[in-house]
Write a protein that binds this ligand. Sequence first.
Ligand SMILES: [Zn+2]
Ligand SMILES: [Zn+2]
Length: 89
Amino acid sequence: MNVSKADSRNPRPAHFSRTHLADCPRCRAPFDLLAACWCDCRRGHPSKICPSCRQCLCSHPDYGRPSSWLEAPAALRLAGFEKLFIYYL
Ligand SMILES: [Zn+2]
Ligand SMILES: [Zn+2]
């Protein structure tokens, strides 16, 4: 993990300068997790809506599996992630 590599020349606060690129498990398009909107399904942990296919992951077959979840890194917890879905790594 290299998330602690801080760039002191970056004037923005650290938690606003982060991006977390992930590939959408549905359409394979890469998108920035931190910029994507949360879905409003409210059946457990919410998921992010992919800007390409406009779908969240709540109905993904692996989404309800405890083994599909990891502890979220600090940068993502600041952005509202309690846990991190492994497909978002
Ligand atoms: Zn997608
Ligand atoms: Zn959802």
